[in-house]
Design a protein around this ligand. Structure first.
Ligand SMILES: [Zn+2]
Length: 312
């Protein structure tokens, strides 16, 4: 099951406890899915694409005091898929005023006043027209509507909950989307998709850890390379000094460090400092090592002059 489907399945199981929220969620469903009819208002049925939502609409209508029928048939656009038609058989005269009280005329773009109802309204809209990419693939949550007023109402509901729904048109549809992962998590939280949030947070943590580990490994590798390169340059310097003037010609502090480096080619400066008697700090070792490098450089330059044709 795709992540988006999982979220819809989870949201289909979230039942609002209060009558106000039931009306708000049903209002969203009727705005999205009411069967075409004269003016749409007063359409006696909704057609939805999945069973869990059909079950929920059926239950919500029953809980709101309507007599309800459920019919399963082949999808209009995709006959291999089923469509579920939930019909209000009796009680519509009580239902419409209830829905309109929740968010204004069903043809309009009004939204519920109370936060609890705003959440239910968004949940209804998402169940009908929402999709969500899996968190491994990046973060994208969107709604697609045929009617602009419904898209506008969802943007207003999101805004009332402190979320920024962006709008675009795609193949004739009015699209409302959230791109930012924090906003998506927040929207899922508002709609009541706890399991989905948990899963998203998990993926986010694992991704974060993976990045951190990669960074650590990279910087560690870089450090090791730096240390090895430095040690090789130091060994070369010590070899030059030994060949040209002998290590015994060095003052004691430099001589003991040079000998130690030869014994421990890949020790860090700090480790070399620990091995010296008396112990020397890392910066002290570094200072002496630079002196060794300086001497070697001067000897090498002098050697080059001597070796040059016509030189002294
Ligand atoms: Zn409410």
């Amino acid at each position: 099951m795709s992540f988006g489907k999982e979220v819809r399945a989870e949201l289909a199981r979230v039942y609002p406890g209060r009558p106000c929220c039931r009306a708000a969620e049903l209002a969203a469903v009727f705005r999205c899915e009411a069967e075409a009819g004269p003016g749409r208002i007063g359409a006696p049925a909704v057609a939805v694409g999945h069973a869990a939502l059909a079950r929920k609409v059926y239950q919500l209508l029953r809980q709101s005091g309507c007599e309800t029928g459920l019919e399963i048939r082949k999808g209009d656009r995709r006959p291999q898929r089923r469509a579920y038609r939930v019909e209000v058989q009796a009680g519509a005269e009580r239902l419409w005023p209830m829905l309109e009280e929740a968010c204004g005329p069903l043809e309009g773009d009004g939204v519920p006043q109370k936060t609890c109802c705003l959440r239910a309204y968004l949940r209804g809209a998402f169940l009908c027209r929402g999709s969500l990419s899996s968190p491994e693939k990046g973060y994208h949550l969107e709604f697609r509507f045929e009617r602009e007023a419904v898209a506008a109402s969802v943007v207003r509901a999101l805004a009332a909950l402190g979320l920024e729904g962006r709008r675009t048109r795609r193949r004739g549809a009015h699209v409302v989307y959230l791109k930012d992962s924090e906003q998506i998590v927040e929207a899922l939280k508002e709609m009541g998709a706890r399991k989905a949030i948990f899963e998203m947070e998990n993926v986010r943590i694992v991704k974060g850890m993976r990045n951190r580990v990669n960074r650590l490994v990279n910087s560690e590798t870089a450090n090791v390379e730096k240390t090895v390169n430095a040690a090789l340059a130091q060994l070369e310097a010590i070899r030059i000094i030994d060949e040209q003037v002998g290590l015994d010609s060095l003052p004691l502090p430099l001589r003991s460090l040079a000998r130690l480096r030869l014994q421990h080619p890949y020790a860090s400066l700090r480790e070399l400092g620990e091995l010296l008697t008396p112990k020397v700090s890392k910066s002290g070792v570094s200072y002496r090592m630079n002196q060794l490098m300086d001497r070697a450089r001067k000897l090498a330059e002098a050697g080059a002059r001597r070796g040059a044709p016509g030189g002294i």
